[in-house]
Write a protein that binds this ligand. Structure first.
Ligand code: DX5
Ligand code: ZN
Length: 245
């Protein structure tokens, strides 16, 4: 996919954090050829999280090799306002920053700047953050990212109790936007995410280490679509599209 779907449906975005980063393009192509819908790119600055990964120069090179695919930049950085133009210039489609990395006062300006450079707005919340903090921004954003691990590393254990947040968000705003989950999502836990109402699945080590990534991606997507159908939400147009920027 090269843009977010207009309606709510299952989309799978591998995180390439645990891939062989010296072969970033090959690894990304391998997962896209296996049926992945988008790429989840974990950007860590060593301040917001205790790890250091890739920045816009690397993403720009990846974009040259993979021109069309939707790039979701998961910005685990202390100053989200600092990298907006650079990431847009590198070809990022979705700028997913953390509500814990900024202040209430700065939020409207950050969201405005992201839209100004034509990226979708993703708002991420860490496990200890209450879901209610995203409510006042719901009409201005495209995606809520619910972390199911403490951000900073791949390969961690899935936190099942985060599904409460997904259930609450899907129930309270059934058609409002895309709900993304990230951290420890594998074949088993992807079912928990689907049942709770998530529709965007990030999966790192489970898909990278999989012997059959094509079958796993398809199964994850089918689980979500089945659950959305059972909730009569599948491909329902998201309200945000009616008022999209
Ligand atoms: C963690 C990152 C995740 C992580 C996912 O901070 O945001 O995207 O790489 O990898 P797994 O699925 O292995 O937890
Ligand atoms: Zn991530």
């Amino acid at each position: 996919m090269d843009s977010l779907p207009k309606g709510i449906k299952g989309i799978i975005g591998p995180s390439i954090l645990n891939a062989d980063l010296s072969k970033l393009t090959d690894e990304s192509r391998r997962l896209l050829d296996a049926g992945a819908d988008y790429l989840h790119l974990d950007v860590m600055d060593g301040h917001f999280v205790p790890n250091l990964t890739i920045g816009h120069p690397v993403i720009k090179c990846l974009r040259k090799n993979i021109p069309k695919v939707y790039f979701d930049a998961h910005m685990m950085v202390a100053k989200p306002e600092q990298w907006i133009e650079e990431m847009a210039g590198a070809g990022v489609n979705q700028y997913t920053f953390h509500i814990e990395s900024t202040t209430k006062e700065s939020m409207p300006e950050i969201i405005r700047k992201i839209k100004e450079v034509d990226m979708k707005v993703g708002l991420g919340i860490k496990p200890k953050t209450d879901i209610s903090v995203v409510e006042e921004y719901i009409n201005d954003i495209d995606v809520v990212l619910i972390m199911t691990v403490e951000p900073g590393f791949g390969g961690q254990k899935f936190m099942g109790d985060m599904m409460e947040k997904v259930r609450w968000l899907r129930k309270t705003y059934p058609q409002l936007l895309h709900i993304e989950v990230d951290g420890g999502v594998n074949m088993k836990t992807s079912d928990d995410c689907a049942q709770a109402g998530a529709n965007m699945i990030v999966s790192g080590s489970a898909l990278i280490d999989s012997k059959q990534p094509d079958k796993d991606i398809e199964q994850m997507r089918n689980l979500i679509d089945e659950n959305l159908r059972s909730k009569k939400l599948h491909l329902q147009i998201t309200n945000n599209e009616h008022c999209s920027h």
